[in-house]
Write a protein that binds this ligand. Sequence first.
Ligand SMILES: O=C(O)CCC(=O)C(=O)O
Ligand SMILES: [Fe+2]
Length: 314
Amino acid sequence: MGSLTSPKLPVIDFSEENLKPGTEYWSSIRSEAVRALEEYGCFIATYDNKVPLDLHNAIFRASKELFDLPTETKMTNICKTPSHGYVGQEPLVPLYEGLGIENATTFEGAQKFTNQMWPSGNDFFCETALLFSRLLAELDQMVMRMVSESYGIENDYENLLGATSYLLRFIKYQGPQMNEKKLGLIPHTDKSFMSILHQRQVKGLEIKMKEDEWILIDPSPSSFIVMAGDVCMAWTNGRIEPPFHRVIMQGNEERYSLGFFTFIRDLIVQTPKELVDDKHPLQYKPFDHYKFIDFYYTDEGKRSKCSIKAYCGV
Ligand SMILES: O=C(O)CCC(=O)C(=O)O
Ligand SMILES: [Fe+2]
């Protein structure tokens, strides 16, 4: 297993109170973050001053309360977009179970989901999910502001930001109950614009490096994995590529994780003209993010090696 220990992903500190646009400190973190995204498609952000240990514990307590509900209740989490609502007992990934809160940074979004799961209410769940989502949205926006500044496409990003919707997914994997390793989630790149992953105690998440090496990401309450999705690759004209990642389960212990995803709604995603020139010809035609997700879940989309290229590659 030695090959799983190195290389390591960059760890970048987003927890400082004085991380403010326009400061020298901001510029130095910006170079680290953009370099990491260009090299690995992801990095580990420490963010424990915004999400302290109590909130880490609370969000996973909320997650356990959610998964402890009867399956029939969880199955009422239905979304128009494939895989944004309840997913469970899938033959391809039998250990995986997940639920999603759409518009998770709005009170309406958090409350609608909470009332569906707990008709008599669950203020603890609703407040925790909302607070957690809003803090992760801040982290996402800092990172994307850095990317857009570094490429000189701030105005373009402002437009996308206005059209961003946030999905918070609660994820649980059963232990395979044996020592043999079992796939918890198949290798994939995210169909999101950006993703932030968070895990608790039990290992399992692995990210593929350019050298085809899988590295295991240690869980830590202060660590958040910031990861580009397919749509970020199209937007940046291929400068930032989404990394393949997977979950491998072993033993009896169940694993809880969280995924916070951004999607662009009701706005055509288009590569900014600043990122297109003779050396960097346009790689992706303008497209609708949610139509791309629908395409991904068709037979053709599932079969293609790179679904975003198959969908809107030039
Ligand atoms: O459970 C994890 O750590 C990864 C989840 C993931 O990759 C996803 O939901 O897209
Ligand atoms: Fe993923």
